[in-house]
Design a protein around this ligand. Sequence first.
Ligand SMILES: O=C(O)CCC(=O)C(=O)O
Ligand SMILES: [Fe+2]
Length: 322
Amino acid sequence: MFNLNFISASTSEIVNDLKTKGYFVFEQALTEQYVDELLQEIDFEQILVNTNDVGVVIASDIKFLTHCLANSKKAYDVITSRKVLDICKGYFTDSYKLTNHRVYKTSKKGHMPWHTDNNLQSGKQLSAKHNMQGLLFLFYLSDVTTNAFQLVKKSQNWSRDYQHEIYLSDSFIESNYSQDVLTLPMKKGSVIVCDIHAVHRAEPFKDEDYTRYTLLFQVDQVGSEYVGHGEKNLVNTEYLDNVTSELMDYLGFGFKRNYPAFPNSSIATMKLPDVWKLQKRLLSQTFQALSKKLAINLLPGGIVVNVKRMIWNLNSNRSKKN
Ligand SMILES: O=C(O)CCC(=O)C(=O)O
Ligand SMILES: [Fe+2]
């Protein structure tokens, strides 16, 4: 999964960077092969519509697999890796929990506002900023040239002065902190870990041919006064090969979760070309369903049963021969 030089990078130095600078960056922490295999586990072309499973949804120009702990063993293994847990163990002074996670595919364009991730929610709405410690982990799953993660250095020290704001304006950062903006274009597999109180964003971009894949997750030091803080973690039990109390605590077993999965998606969050694509799929499936229904209605019931028996026999003869 991880390149050896990332595994052997001193965890206490990483933690020290996080505590002093507010961020830590490592190029190509994940192997290329691992990233390729992780992305193969996710079909970004299959969008959930009356599908009885977790899967991909669309919000504007971004496709999300929010419940990757249930759908990608490779994503699960990164999120629960020893290295990540060790960083958290070294960084936090009290119990910490995975509060959200997702893999997403960004394409064409985006303009994310400058923000911090120390959010409290009430239902779907961000309701206030909190003071809990927290870490954001962001792995690039493709080479990132534009639309890179950007953060304002040292902003974790002053962002609380703007707790009443949901976002900070581009012009405010431009005129006051442009010399502190760190932009991080990096190769596939690179990781950024940062203090959730640091002001950050994905650099705005517009490029029809550009696609960025990302694995993001957040770990907060959730105290008892914030019961319910976080999105629910849907985990595929097949992935749990080493259940420890540390892991259970981290994944929030038995801990209440009040926030809806991000993003809050529906047909309304899809762009017109994606709605058209879906309509076409629905139309062809509607015709298929109609012709099936017509055939079943026209044929006497006995014939339908006999056709099913014939198909069954053909298949079982064929599998006997093989
Ligand atoms: O994708 C990125 O570079 C940043 C994402 C982010 O900050 C967020 O989703 O809160
Ligand atoms: Fe963020």
